[in-house]
Write a protein that binds this ligand. Sequence first.
Ligand code: FES
Ligand code: FES
Length: 154
Amino acid sequence: MRRIKIVVNGTAHDVEAEDRTLLSDLIRHDLRLTGTHVSCEQGVCGSCTILLDGRPVRSCLMLAVQAEGHEVETVESLSGGEATPESLTSLQRAMSDQHGLQCGFCTPGILMSVTAAQRDGLDAEETIAEVLGGHICRCTGYRGIRAAIRQVLP
Ligand code: FES
Ligand code: FES
């Protein structure tokens, strides 16, 4: 076991984890932030995407110990931990407006990747071309997701 110091959504944590613990498991099981979803566990689907020092990362491909000393943002950070219509970001509202989600399993990962693209100043078409391809959605056919991105990004 090792002690890991990590900042998640602005809160400093000092947690104990095994060397083999995945970052996704630390986030979900130890920190109880279950908004980050895990599906393929092979880096393919994108559902486990979080931001590590502001960059999108597949948390199922990282060991928790590799995140020592870094800052993590999960989907819970977007609305300040609240789940009210007023607390949603413009992107979250757009996903709702445009029916960009059904089961919602892919949604947290997409929200985090598109949020990073938004901060980087990518436009909608760049984001759709460069970011959306890294996320698998089995439900929507992507039409609503693309519409949500176009609603928010220039
Ligand atoms: S669960 Fe991590 S990429 Fe699919
Ligand atoms: S909304 Fe179900 S996988 Fe995307």
